[in-house]
Design a protein around this ligand. Structure first.
Ligand code: ZN
Length: 722
């Protein structure tokens, strides 16, 4: 058998392959065939990973096809999760060898749906695919309807031509492009008769994947191929000429240059943006299509290029003088100097928050690592529920959760009809079982298919770096928002009270004004300490963050304002007790004043740090939830339950913070800084985390009973026996 290679020879061959040597053709062919047979034909999966591995989607198991060539090819629909583009990105490949490793990778790491949300698909179409689909479905040739008999006749037509065609058993008149698009969807899916953008495409894939994963796989492939085809056939190219400023916008630019008030400047910039969109839609379809399809980063960048740089801040967060010129026109020296400050801010932000976000994530993983669910425990029968107003956004994040419809009644799945009402939600925050029960967690438990819901929650909500990095290409641009105080009032009360509240209050500029004969503001002094001080001058009583109640008639409205809130002292009749400050305002009086706000990514990271540091004041678990939801909600599409799992672990029992507050009676929670939490929860965990001196101190103070690990160590017992 002299043709057989010895083990040593094989080792040598593998060594040379790993060093990147070119192999003789005969050996190459053998290796290629073996790889094809062992991996492709035996249907094995491999793991592919793109660094930095900052969230769970960045390593996935995939079925592969072995091909020739220097580079690996990946499916375009997967690039979103990997954060990949094709400018030289590298990815690593790992082959799980044993049968067990293969099984584990197949069951846990090949996923059509993500852990983050019930029925949210893991793959989506991006960039030119979106342009292709938008081009296909939004054009309209305005011709009289043409009657056609078959799909073959339609596909050769220009997408904008209007046709009448019998499709899925129904006669319909719309553009040829929309028929072509719909022909790629599963037969059971209803006809989409509107332009396809990122948003409705996402909704569509979510619906398809929730009904059938195989339909989803087939559809995403078919739609992707179609999208590339259209983007190639009707390519969009842009030139500098398209960035000419339309005359009606020149007037707004002059107005912007003269205006002094920052909030008004912002409003002019907003007007400019909407004027620009109108102009593009009518005259520059090439740009309009790219932006409107959702393929690019939105209108902000184009506005800076074409109309005006606008408002932006320097690295310290100070808002710089407005620049009314655009990049296309060119800046004056002073404007250029300031704009450079804005650009620097962008870079500082990116570096700073990437590091910050990464560290916050690491801390969260340590704190959440031991939070588990028990899918076999149907119901812990807790009496406590989270009382929160169900907004459409929250409804999306709370699908598959359980609410109590009537007091003392049974728990039923949350339903669309409850939007606008204050619901009583079963939540991990109040679960009486140490391992969270099914009713508190909701139906997502079957999808995540794991007991380690804490770890998953940490991944989904706080892998911030990924999300923040995506929002950093604006050169320090600032987007000031006039606070909508009436909306804030309505945030925590059900919609049927809306008319009463709207009658009793009105907003004047950035102040709230009372229409009712008496409005009482009630501030709890204990919420404010040395770091968050209540301050007073002749005009105002100022709260660093506005936590207070507004009472009017029988209605008590809890307020959670994450901004400096200033009350008009001279309009108030004031009464202080040991614990509270009460201020009564009569009709027509200004109550409080807010500032324009701009929530930038660095501010998000800073606030999150404060919240998880256990230092920011809060009143009820619901208000703590609201704080987190407000800053983290915009950063991702995760289901609400992940955030509640995190809070369920951060809210500790006051008497012995070793336990989560929810498992003890009476429910009396306190928050700890997540930096000290590992030490509080278990000192071995604290030792592993970062500050072991502190961990031992905490372990000695907070761990009780003869069974505690620290005592075992003192008595010379091994920890490993557990
Ligand atoms: Zn429970």
């Amino acid at each position: 058998m002299e043709n057989q290679a010895t083990i040593d020879e094989l080792r040598k061959i593998l060594f040379y392959i790993s060093k990147g040597y070119k192999l003789p053709k005969i050996i190459h062919d053998v290796i290629f065939r073996v790889a094809k047979y062992e991996i492709e034909e035996k249907k094995k999966v491999v793991l592919i990973k793109r660094d930095p591995n900052i969230h769970s989607g960045r390593i996935q198991a995939v079925y592969v096809r072995i091909i020739e060539g220097e580079a690996m090819d990946i499916h375009p629909a997967t690039v979103g999760g990997f954060g990949a583009d094709f400018d030289g990105d590298t990815m690593s490949v790992f082959v799980p060898l044993s049968k067990e490793a293969q099984t584990e990778a197949k069951t846990k790491m090949v996923r059509a749906i993500s852990n983050s949300s019930i029925n949210s698909p893991n793959f989506n179409l991006t960039n030119e695919m979106l342009i292709g689909l938008f081009t296909l479905t939004h054009e309209n040739a305005n011709n009289p309807p043409k009657i056609v008999k078959s799909m073959e006749e339609i596909v050769v037509l220009h997408p904008g031509i209007v046709v009448t065609f019998k499709f899925k058993g129904e006669s319909r008149t719309t553009t040829a492009g929309r028929f072509v698009f719909n022909s790629k969807l599963p037969p059971w899916y209803s006809f989409i008769d509107e332009p396809i953008k990122k948003k409705n495409l996402g909704i569509m894939f979510t619906e398809i994947v929730s009904r059938s994963k195989s339909d989803y796989a087939v559809t995403i492939d078919a739609v992707m191929k179609l999208a590339f085809e259209i983007a190639t056939k009707y390519p969009r190219s842009i030139s500098l000429d398209m960035l000419r400023i339309p005359p009606q916008l020149m007037k707004l630019k002059e107005k912007l240059a003269k205006e002094k008030d920052m909030m008004v400047q912002q409003e002019i910039i907003d007007d400019m943006t909407s004027e620009m969109i109108k102009h593009l839609q009518a005259h520059v379809p090439e740009l309009y299509d790219i932006l409107e399809s959702g393929a690019s980063k939105g209108y902000g960048q184009l506005r800076q290029l074409m109309i005006a740089k606008g408002l932006f801040s320097d690295a310290e967060g100070n808002i710089l003088p407005v620049v009314a010129r655009s990049m296309n026109e060119g800046y004056r020296p002073g404007e250029y100097f300031n704009a450079a400050g804005g650009a620097r801010k962008g870079i500082v932000n990116r570096v700073h928050t990437t590091a910050h976000g990464g560290y916050a994530y690491r801390k969260m993983v340590y704190v959440m690592g031991n939070a588990q669910a028990n899918p076999t425990n149907k119901d812990c029968e807790t009496r406590l529920t989270m009382k929160i107003k169900l907004t459409p956004d929250l409804f999306r994040r709370m699908k598959g959760r359980y609410v109590q419809d009537t007091f003392g009644g049974p728990f039923i799945p949350v339903d669309k009809s409850m939007i606008g009402k204050v619901i009583n939600l079963r939540s991990p925050m109040f679960c009486r079982s140490l391992k969270i029960c099914r009713t508190c967690y909701g139906q997502l438990i079957d999808q995540v298919d794991s007991r380690n819901v804490g770890l998953i929650a940490a991944q989904e909500c706080t892998s911030l770096s990924e999300k923040i990095m995506k929002s950093f290409h604006t050169g320090g641009a600032v987007d000031l928002k006039r606070p909508d105080i009436i909306k804030m009032l309505l945030e925590n009360i059900s919609d049927d009270m809306e008319s009463i509240v709207k009658k009793a209050f009105q907003q004047e500029d950035m102040s709230l004004v009372s229409n009712a004969p008496f409005v009482v503001v009630n501030i709890k002094k204990s919420l404010y300490d040395d770091e968050y001080k209540i301050t007073e001058d002749e005009e105002y009583l100022s709260l660093p963050m506005g936590y207070f109640d507004i009472r009017y008639d029988d209605i008590v409205i809890p307020m959670t304002i994450e901004e400096k809130t200033r009350f008009y002292l001279k309009n108030a009749q004031r009464e202080d007790t040991n614990t509270n400050i009460m201020m009564t305002f009569s009709a027509g009086e200004h109550i409080f004043l807010l500032q324009p706000s701009s929530l930038q990514p660095d501010e998000v990271a800073r606030r999150l740090d404060k919240y998880v540091g256990g230092k920011s004041p809060w009143t009820t678990p619901e208000s703590l939830y609201t704080k987190f939801y407000k800053i983290l909600g915009a950063m991702g599409d995760w289901d609400s339950v992940h955030l509640e799992v995190i809070l369920s672990n951060i809210l500790r029992w006051k008497e012995d913070p070793h336990y989560p507050a929810r498992v003890k009676y009476p429910y009396n929670p306190t928050t700890f800084s997540i930096k000290s939490l590992p030490g509080v929860m278990s000192w071995p965990l604290g030792l592993a985390f970062e500050n072991f001196g502190k961990a031992i101190t905490y372990g000695m103070i907070s761990e009780r009973g003869t069974e505690s690990p620290i005592e075992k160590v003192f008595f010379g017992e091994s920890l490993l026996e557990e």
